[in-house]
Design a protein around this ligand. Structure first.
Ligand SMILES: Cc1ncc(COP(=O)(O)O)c(C=O)c1O
Length: 437
């Protein structure tokens, strides 16, 4: 795929010398809303959802996509996905609460927590939200909380750790013996047997092997192992599963030289094989569930940031901007690559190599290292691409810098969907004790 196509695939295009997102002029947006600002493209979220849904439907219509809310909890994003028919994967009570507020029904939600507290369980059980357990030890407390609340023990699921993990960074690989998530092969029968013993009536299974998987063959071994485990489980305990969940992890092309994830191969490995395995188990019922976060929302958002400093220290050229790792932490936290482009089409200028540096008082606050860009000038604007997953949601107010606003583009119209924090917001939850007043 050539560079222009790669950009176009993210609904980005230069028109009359200015970068446009979903047809909206990025320089006008930056001036109207101030910078840094997250700009979200509704059309692209819908498009990604529809594409994935079609691929899943083409093999097995009994499927459900659960958006992994940890990638993005903007209520507008959740409502867009809800209107497309998505369910949600939540990792905390806060996320479950947000999804319910966005209008999701409890049955749309899977709550895959880890290190659940009793309060977490109480909230889930009171709200009839399915809990996907992470440890056999948690079962007893969950069962007791059902009894205390007088709730029927309907459905339960366990996160299985198939030991083959994958991901863009060691911290996002979520399967393997050393990894804290899920239960290993040798505990699976015991887990479901105990769940039956506690009176749970219906069962699902779940894996999530990691995040940022751009090569679909990385799922291969994990899926084989998982299917083997659940076939054995169904056989041994005579269980009929309500659903078989394959987690998320679907990657996106952050770099211009990367192609999008090959969904046809993903389908072969995940959906086709699981359909065959499910048929082997003699089950009609189980729905196939997948839980993409990044795939659905990452490419739909950019950060607009203004250049405030062009600094040549004699060794290196820095372009200083008003977004930093407080705005987007992935480059600093994972060494992740986010493509950064000028909002002005300035190809007539000479090429230079810049480190794009944020304003945070730490030398790790570099959003892009050694980036070749046409000569930049102070007060111009840059766009940081693919910031719609693990972007705003991981932002902070470090260095007392208020979090930025979020703007949604729909049908050529721009609308503020989250106000920027204020200095007042930064202080609002602090209480000064009497002796310091
Ligand atoms: C249980 C679970 N499901 C889904 C996801 C979504 O991952 P991604 O955004 O890579 O699709 C995660 C991410 O960590 C997860 O922990």
């Amino acid at each position: 795929m050539n560079y222009q196509e790669w950009l176009k695939n993210k609904d980005l295009e230069y028109q009359n010398g200015v970068l446009h997102i979903a047809g909206a002029n990025t320089i006008d947006l930056a001036k109207k809303y101030g910078t840094p600002v997250y700009v979200i493209n509704e059309r692209l979220i819908r498009e990604r959802y529809k594409t994935l849904k079609q691929v899943l439907d083409s093999e097995n219509k009994n499927n459900q996509i659960h958006f992994a809310v940890k990638a993005n909890t903007s209520l507008s994003v959740l409502k867009i996905l809800l209107s497309e028919g998505a369910g949600f994967d939540c990792s905390s009570v806060g996320e479950v609460h947000t999804c319910l507020k966005a209008g999701a029904k409890p049955e749309h939600i899977i709550y895959t927590g880890n290190m659940f507290t009793n309060d977490d369980f109480k909230f889930a059980v009171e709200n009839d939200v399915l809990v996907n357990l992470d440890s056999i030890s948690q079962l007893k407390r969950l069962a007791r909380i059902h009894d205390e609340l007088g709730k029927e023990k309907k459905i339960i699921s366990f996160r299985i750790n198939p030991e083959f993990g994958a991901g863009h960074h060691v911290h996002t690989i979520t399967a393997g013996k050393e990894i804290k998530f899920g239960i290993l092969d040798n505990q699976v029968i015991e887990a479901y047997l105990k769940a039956k013993g506690f009176g749970f009536k219906q069962f699902g299974t779940h894996i999530h092997i990691g995040s940022g998987i751009i090569n679909p063959y990385d799922y291969d071994k994990a899926i084989d192992k998982y299917l083997g485990i659940i076939i054995n489980l169904a056989d041994t305990l005579d269980i009929t599963f309500e659903f078989v969940d394959f987690g998320g992890g679907l990657g996106i092309p952050y770099r211009p030289e990367e192609d999008p994830l090959d969904l046809e191969v993903y389908k072969e490995i995940v959906v086709k094989r699981s359909k065959e395995a499910i048929e082997k188990m003699g089950m009609e019922k189980p729905a196939i569930k997948v839980e993409p976060g990044r795939y659905l929302s990452a490419e739909a958002s950019i950060i607009l940031t203004q250049i405030n400093t062009i600094k040549n220290n004699g060794y290196k050229l820095f372009a200083g901007v008003d977004a930093g790792f407080n705005t987007l932490i992935r480059p600093t936290m994972y060494g992740s690559y986010h493509h950064i482009i000028s909002c002005l089409q300035n190809e007539d200028r000479k090429e230079m190599k810049y480190d794009i540096a944020g304003p945070i008082c730490e030398s790790g606050d570099i959003l892009g290292k050694e980036r070749t860009l046409h000569e930049l000038q102070e007060e111009e604007y840059l766009a940081i691409l693919d910031s719609g997953a693990y972007g705003f949601i991981m932002s902070s107010s470090y260095n007392s810098r208020p979090r930025p606003a979020e703007v949604l583009i729909n049908n050529g119209e721009d609308m503020l969907v989250r106000e920027a924090e204020t200095y007042k917001d930064l202080l609002k939850s602090q209480i000064i004790p009497d002796h310091l007043k």
